[in-house]
Design a protein. Structure first.
Length: 260
């Protein structure tokens, strides 16, 4: 039987710790929240994932980051707060290795934590950073062609009737590194042996449309043995459909066995 208990890690970092019935040597997972979504995750996805992992012997902390969800206002830099939380988790749960991640901006935060703290051995990245480039344009064209001739004519007509507007820069809306820096950072983490699960959904189509973008973004290390990449263009950003959440949980549990 699993055990769930609220936990205060200080500096505004709060969450719920889900422990397996029998302690294991596996790393502790930290699921970060994002936007206005509390630690339960979209459609309670984090709850389902935490309990599913705990049933397999994996401890999981569902976090409300300072100033996000149900947590109190920020009291300092998020990365420093999370690293201090790691220290407290060592005291409270005996954890010295961590898998960290989440959706959207939570993936961005997890990336920065992994760079700053070598106790991170795994990254769970859902709709994380990617650069556009030629493969993005090819993917856009393929999506447009798939909509049929009438839809294409409508889109082309709109483009002819208005001045060209610049692409939305997702890096300004999210805390992304510059493309050259991102590749260096990714290489550094992979060379350190960090296991990466990177999934892009159809909800990321404003900046990710083609599988080949992943390799173009991160280079040779994108195909490293410790990197697991998925592209689900038929899935929305929030995993609204129950079947998508079930598929995601199955994929994450399968990937998580690399830590066993």
């Amino acid at each position: 039987m699993i055990e769930e208990s609220p936990i205060d890690l200080g500096n505004g970092l709060t969450g719920v710790l889900t422990r397996p019935q029998r302690p294991t040597a596996q790393p502790l997972w930290v699921l970060l929240n994002a936007g206005f979504i509390p630690r339960s995750g979209p459609f309670r996805m984090h709850v389902e994932l935490a309990r599913s992992l705990a049933a397999e012997g994996v401890p999981v902390l569902r976090v409300d980051l300072p100033g996000v969800g149900d947590a109190p206002p920020k009291r300092g830099d998020d990365i420093a707060v999370i690293r201090h939380g790691f220290d407290r988790l060592r005291e409270l749960a005996g954890a010295d290795r961590f898998v960290i991640g989440g959706l959207c901006s939570a993936a961005d935060q997890a990336w920065k934590v992994a760079l700053a703290d070598e106790r991170v051995c795994g990254l769970l990245l859902l709709d994380p950073y990617a650069s556009r480039g030629a493969w993005f344009r090819i993917g856009q064209l393929r999506i447009l062609l798939g909509r049929g001739a009438s839809a294409m004519a409508t889109v082309l007509g709109r483009l002819l009737r208005r001045k060209r507007a610049p692409d939305i820069d997702d890096g300004n809306l999210r805390d992304w590194p510059r493309p050259a820096d991102a590749r260096v950072e990714f290489d550094r983490m992979v060379a350190r042996g960090v296991n990466v699960f990177a999934l892009y959904t159809g909800g990321a189509a404003s900046y990710f449309t083609h599988r080949a973008q992943f390799g173009a973004t991160f280079g040779a290390f994108a195909s490293a043995r410790c990197v697991h990449f998925e592209h689900w263009p038929d899935c929305d950003h929030m995993f609204m459909r129950a079947q998508d959440r079930a598929r995601l949980l199955q994929a994450i549990r399968g990937w998580g066995r690399v830590f066993a």
